[in-house]
Design a protein around this ligand. Structure first.
Ligand code: ADP
Ligand code: MG
Length: 733
């Protein structure tokens, strides 16, 4: 067995090992040695207290400004001692409690004025001043140590908890690292030589006990490469596995359903739709299951590409399933698909085309009778196209011959779901995943490591102008103007969306069924009033003199699905003028007659979300107006996001900006339904080169040794990564 797989209890005292397991989930030597410092402090450099964020667990370097003599508490038993730390400009307080004054002797000795300490705790604001709650500390200028030798060494600061502060982790790491003699290298010798990387043990020493910043950089470079390589090896193995799977080839029939549909299109395909259509048709005609990611900006016409693929599969004797993230979208897909197909969707009905198939909807909230009918149509093969939500994945849903799965606008479709659908087909179905959120190449390589990518990089012609304006909410005259603008459009027979950041006073701002939902709202670290809710704004619209006469409805994820569907259907039919909603309309909703998008508290949304919302208008050749209402100043981070939206409608450009504004660690999170990245050092944006290099090397290695028989250390590392967190992470793919 690999030395790294040894349990920590074999290296540390039982209580120390138990603490690390309980607080941080660290079980093995590998776990601990890969628990890398988040950052490094320097003795001479005090942490700017100003930058602390309330609620964070922090470790700071600060100087003792004042240590008050311990005293008894006035109203309760016990005693307390207050200490003030400073950075030369601001201060932060620590309060220690004990049963009696005498128990503070140790703190009094350690926390003498003028000393520098490493202090940790949760940041709180108390009596208008900063506090570290449940504080702990470690003197830095301890004269028992060889102070001179240590003076300019960077101090590793670890991700820590209240009970396992950074310096306790550091101590455990030093103990384990000291007892570790050999760390087997997972990287092929050629790669190490080529990239001039440190050997693994030296790299671990360099990051955990650096002599200087250069040490840290050298160590991190090695470990970063290793991380990329292990991940790419896991993905290469997965790709190799997928390549050996068999699917039924499906080809278009001359004069078949797909061909007939094409001749009836009311507009020519865009060049991009044509090209991607060919790529997909080629994939479908192969014996190897298609694994394709289709990226295209909002409005680029992905649905049509998917529909043509589905018809091809029906031509080839199979069925297609279209998976939508929400019931609203699933219902809309049914409506638009049925409308687009006309008599081609009237299979088995009077007046149906001779080639016609059937399109059915299957969602969790359908009535029993309708549901039974849909299930039957899917199982008998009568329905060539089955549209639904995740209800399609349930066990009792059966298909006669499932040939293609299309996943619309979401990233929540992973290996598990693929397996669930696979179980419904006698062979592996082809897979097409569609997304409007552009995914940078390296993220695609990492998160979607086993998918090939097609890009719809062209919008259909005749896309109307959309004017975007940021409206200061403090300015009553401007706000008034917003509602009058909505009324003006309604007078022309157009419709408006009004989107809010939450449903009502009760919710914490989270939608249970929020369509996109794959982007955590940005946290700019500013304290602001709670955002206006749908329930507030609908009252405003219904009572404002300009809009009181309009037909206004609400739409959000907590409504009964039938009611949601009813509102959406009436909005589509033009029977509703204004929909006040949450982000349920964010993704995919297509009502060409809607020409105004008002976003209330627009600063609470991310760039991609706002871009998606804006994509709901300017669809039917009608010029659109997007009004972003906000209270934040233009210079703030949120204000800059809004300025970018005002400046451009290019989704790829905006996505780049969005990714830049997010912290690197959040990038994968954004691409995976808000889940935090499990990567430690690797940044999917900044380390694009490393990822590409590692991918090439890993692919070559797996091609030569698919089971990693000759690379036991690598196999162990892959097994470790693929278990637990990483398994879930890969499954997001
Ligand atoms: P998205 O890629 O955002 O899902 P949709 O598939 O909803 O975009 O398409 C947006 C609109 O553009 C739809 O109303 C669709 O009918 C229309 N459309 C799609 N392809 C074309 C085309 N080649 N020419 C004109 N309009 C098109
Ligand atoms: Mg769409």
């Amino acid at each position: 067995m690999d030395e790294l797989d040894a349990p920590l209890s074999s290296r540390l005292t039982a209580p120390a090992a138990a603490l690390l397991a309980k607080e941080l989930g660290l079980e093995t030597v590998r776990d601990l040695l890969w628990h890398l410092p988040r950052r490094y402090a320097e003795r001479g450099q005090l942490t700017p207290i100003r930058q602390l964020v309330a609620g964070d667990d922090v470790t700071i370097v600060a100087q003792v400004v004042r240590a008050q003599p311990p005293r008894r508490m006035r109203n309760r038993d016990g005693a307390l001692m207050q200490v003030t730390l400073g950075d030369g400009r601001d201060t932060v307080g620590l309060t220690f409690f004990a049963r009696s004054v005498r128990q503070f002797a140790h703190h009094e000795r350690q926390l003498r004025e003028g000393r520098t300490v490493l202090a940790s705790g949760r940041v709180e604001v108390f009596n208008r001043s900063w506090q570290l709650a449940r504080p702990d500390y470690q003197p830095l200028d301890d004269d028992t140590e060889d102070a001179a030798a240590l003076a300019d060494r960077p101090i590793p600061l670890y991700p820590a908890t209240g009970k396992a502060p950074s310096w306790k982790i550091a101590k455990a790491v030093q103990t384990v690292l000291g007892a570790t003699e050999r760390v087997p290298d997972v990287l092929p010798a050629g790669v190490v030589a080529e990239a001039e990387l440190l050997d693994p043990l030296r790299a671990l020493r360099a990051v955990h006990a650096p002599r200087d910043r250069a040490d840290v950089a050298r160590g991190q470079r090695r470990l970063r490469y290793e991380e990329a390589f292990v991940l790419q090896t896991a993905l290469a193995q997965r790709r190799a596995g997928a390549a050996s799977e068999r699917a039924v080839p499906r080809t278009r029939r001359p004069g078949g359903l797909a061909a007939t549909f094409d001749t009836r299109l009311p507009f020519p395909l865009t060049g991009a739709q044509e090209r991607v259509g060919e790529e997909i048709a080629d994939d479908l005609a192969r014996e190897r299951p298609m694994q394709r990611l289709l990226q295209g900006d909002v409005g680029s016409g992905k649905t049509l590409v998917a529909l043509r693929a589905m018809l091809t599969v029906v031509d080839g004797g199979g069925q297609a399933a279209l998976l939508a993230p929400t019931e609203v979208l699933a219902a809309q897909h049914l409506r638009s698909t049925t409308a687009a197909l006309g008599d081609l969707a009237a299979g088995g009905l009077l007046g149906g085309h001779e080639l016609a198939t059937r399109v059915v909807l299957l969602t969790g909230s359908m009535g029993a009778a309708a549901r039974r009918e849909a299930l039957l149509a899917a199982a008998s093969g009568e329905a060539g196209i089955v549209i639904g939500t995740h209800a399609l994945l349930e066990e009792h849903v059966a298909f006669a011959d499932l040939g293609l799965v299309v996943v619309d606008e979401q990233h929540r479709f992973g290996v598990e779901q693929r397996d669930a659908l696979r179980a419904k087909a006698s062979s592996v179905p082809h897979l097409l995943v569609m997304t409007a959120t552009p995914i940078p190449r390296t993220v695609a390589m990492t998160v979607f490591g086993d998918l090939e990518t097609s890009v719809l990089d062209e919008l259909p012609p005749g896309r109307a102008e959309v004017t975007t304006v940021a409206v200061p909410m403090q300015n009553e005259a401007w706000v008034d103007r917003v509602w009058r603008r909505v009324a003006e459009e309604a007078a022309l027979g157009r419709q408006a969306y009004v989107v809010c950041a939450r449903i009502d006073g009760d919710d914490a701002g989270k939608e249970p069924d929020d369509g996109g939902g794959d982007e955590p709202p940005p946290d700019d670290g500013e304290k602001r009033r709670p955002p206006l809710a749908v329930s507030d704004v609908v009252e405003i619209v219904r009572h404002h003199p300009a809009t009181a006469h309009l037909r206004t409805e609400v739409l959000h994820g907590r409504m009964h699905p039938a009611d949601k569907d009813d509102v959406m259907r009436r909005f589509s039919a033009g029977e509703v003028d204004v929909v006040v909603s949450t982000t349920v309309v964010e993704v995919g909703v297509d009502v060409p007659n809607a020409s105004v998008m008002v976003v209330v508290d627009a600063d609470r949304f991310g760039v991609s979300q706002l871009h998606q919302l804006r994509g709901r208008i300017g669809r039917g050749g009608l010029p659109g107006t997007c009004l972003l209402m906000t209270e934040v100043p233009e210079a703030s981070p949120a204000g800059q996001r809004l300025s970018a939206l005002v400046a451009t409608r290019d989704g790829f450009e905006l996505a780049r900006l969005d990714l830049e504004q997010r912290r690197e660690g959040d990038v994968l999170g954004a691409a995976q339904s808000g889940r935090r990245s499990s990567l430690r050092l690797l940044g999917v944006l900044k380390d694009a080169d490393v990822i590409a290099d590692a991918r090439a090397a890993a692919t070559a290695l797996v091609a030569a040794d698919p089971a990693l028989e000759h690379h036991p250390a690598l196999a162990a590392a892959v097994a470790d990564r693929v278990s637990g967190e990483t398994e879930r992470f890969l499954e997001r793919a």
